[in-house]
Design a protein around this ligand. Structure first.
Ligand code: NAI
Ligand code: MG
Length: 363
């Protein structure tokens, strides 16, 4: 099978880490039967300054008609508003209906660890946050008006059955797939799949209530018979996420809670340079490291490539190439578990390329 992959480095260290994603795809063993065709594509602030468009139409067209998936580095957003500029990744999510934002957060886990055997004060973390990406308060229908007590601002929180159903079903699929990836020998603290539905339906009984009941119904499908399902109110979820992160496998949440939980969870593992994400729609996925363009370290060749390598594996998962994804995760985990060739954000002295080469060797 040949996969056509768009490469969108963007700005800053995006240009230094996206080549690592390409290299690891090219280094996958031939026995997996995968070939890749790469198309370099433009987006970002530099592109905007040169062409007047942060997300050129040509980029969207090639992704739509000529690619199976893509890797997106990072873009710089000016801190002052610039006329005509808006974030290309936000626009891409809309244009390609990438309705799920998937963020795995995993700490370094020794090959033999299980949740129950861990007595170390540092809690092992191995979870995926699945965030609905199209609605909730992010429909951005806001207004401000004069009321009897002065200015009032209001925002619409929209939750639909369709979006809630498809995001919950995706969480279920991810839980099943993680089980396969564990079976392929990737160390994990979880023995069996669990999905936690997050909401605040005790207060927002209609909107979050609809999310909750729809997610429950989606996960009750026979296909998810082996997946345990529980729910948790979002505020107590934050408490438990920090006290007992090992309790979570897959978390599914409406847009706003998912946004907050996923940044919070990323803080549990030490460096932004480790945390991947994917933007996923029907039959299309864009892998994207969670970090930004990191102007403070750009051009020094010391950016941690692991977030991008894991994002590359995540993209492969959504292109139904679990076996290839499992290889990449295992190679990254082995590099981290040994702890000898680490980039400066993890306390090491290795350059980006040295980390990549160590991981390629393990692959
Ligand atoms: P940032 O994620 O770029 O950097 C935060 C800190 O983490 C910096 O100290 C940086 O050196 C470090 N860091 C990030 N990635 C790293 C890696 N792979 N290896 C080693 N260290 C790493 O966030 P910041 O500084 O708030 O934003 C910088 C620019 O990036 C801004 O223009 C911002 O708008 C943009 N940004 C873009 C994002 C995206 O494209 N999705 C997400 C976040 C920020
Ligand atoms: Mg965020």
């Amino acid at each position: 099978r040949t996969l056509r992959i768009g490469l969108i480095p963007g700005d800053g260290i995006g240009k230094e880490v996206i080549p690592a994603g390409r290299r690891i795809l090219e280094a996958l063993p031939a026995s997996l039967g995968l070939k890749f065709e790469f198309t370099p594509l433009e987006a970002g602030f530099e592109t905007f300054e040169r062409t007047g468009a942060a997300l050129p139409d040509a980029t969207v067209e090639v992704l739509r008609s000529g690619c199976d998936g893509a890797l997106f580095g990072a873009v710089s957003s000016p801190s002052h508003p610039v006329k005509g500029y808006s974030s290309p990744i936000v626009a891409l999510r809309k244009k390609l209906d990438l309705y799920a934002n998937v963020r795995p957060v995993k700490s370094v886990i020794p090959a033999t660890a299980t949740a129950s055997s861990s007595s170390s004060p540092i809690k092992p973390v191995d979870m995926v946050i699945v965030r609905e990406n199209t609605e909730d308060l992010y429909v951005k229908e806001e207004k401000t008006f004069d009321g009897p007590q002065g200015r009032v601002a209001e925002a619409v929180k929209r939750i639909s059955e369709r979006a809630s159903h498809r995001i919950a079903a995706m969480a279920g699929e991810i839980a099943l797939r993680r089980q396969n990836i564990r079976a392929a020998g990737t160390p994990s603290i979880h023995a069996s799949p669990l999905v936690t539905i997050t909401h605040k339906s005790n207060v927002l009984s209609q909107t979050d209530g609809l999310f909750r009941t729809t997610a429950r119904a989606a996960l009750a499908a026979p296909r998810f018979a082996s997946v345990a399902v529980e729910e948790q109110i979002v505020d107590s979820m934050v408490y438990k996420l920090f006290r007992q992160p090992e309790a979570y496998d897959v978390i599914v949440a409406p847009n706003l809670y998912g946004d907050i939980l996923s940044d919070g969870a990323a803080a549990l593992v030490g460096s932004l340079g480790l945390v991947p994400s994917a933007n996923v729609g029907e039959g299309f996925a864009i892998g994207e490291p969670c970090h930004g363009s990191a102007p403070d370290i750009q051009g020094q060749g010391i950016a941690n490539p692991i977030a991008t390598l894991r994002s590359t594996a995540l993209m492969l998962e959504f292109l139904e190439e679990e076996a290839a994804a499992a290889r990449i995760y295992a190679a990254v985990d082995a590099n981290l578990a040994e702890g000898k060739l680490l980039s400066p954000d993890l306390g090491g002295t290795a350059k980006t390329d040295e980390v990549v080469e160590d991981i390629l060797r393990r692959l």
